[in-house]
Design a protein around this ligand. Structure first.
Ligand SMILES: [Zn+2]
Length: 165
């Protein structure tokens, strides 16, 4: 009799422990958030922050995802100034900037480049001749100098907001 009681007691304890573990697991499953990587090279930060603030200003929603915008030495072997490696991957923003070319760009050209690459990467926006900032290549220095970047940013934001890609 004593033996039986002990066994039942042990069984109850086991059930209780299993129950606790189970509850723990379900709680954890609810709390688990994906881990996002965030890295933005220091010199690129003001430009990236401007882009994100502009999205907020235009009330443009975007998916939470890992976010990497960095100077990259591999891209120096290519003719590219910037590259949206995370384009068409909606779990990753990964923009590489050519550090050598960056040094030669004016602040206006830098804004153009960051708006171009981040629009590719976050919204899968394709190249188009209709939107100055989404043309496939950066304009000449003279054209860049004459460009009204505020107007072009506004056009790009309207374009993204209207769902064009
Ligand atoms: Zn491009």
């Amino acid at each position: 009799m004593v033996f039986v009681l002990k066994t039942i007691h042990k069984m109850k304890l086991k059930l209780l422990i299993i129950g606790l573990l189970f509850i723990n697991c379900t709680n954890k499953a609810q709390e688990i958030e994906p881990t996002y990587t965030y890295e933005v090279s220091r010199a690129l930060q003001p430009y990236v922050f401007e882009y994100m603030a502009t999205l907020d200003k235009y009330e443009i929603q975007y998916k939470k995802q890992s976010f990497i915008v960095v100077f990259d030495s591999d891209i120096m072997r290519t003719p590219l100034v910037g590259q949206a490696k995370g384009m068409f991957n909606d779990d990753l923003v990964y923009v590489k900037i050519n550090p050598r070319d960056w040094g030669y760009l004016t602040p206006k050209q830098r804004r153009h480049l960051i708006f171009h690459e981040l629009s590719h990467d976050i919204f899968n926006t394709l190249h188009t001749e209709d939107i100055e900032l989404m043309k496939p290549s950066l304009p000449s220095d003279a054209k860049a100098f004459a460009m009204d970047i505020e107007k072009e940013i506004d056009e790009l934001m309207q374009y993204i907001k209207n769902g064009n890609k």
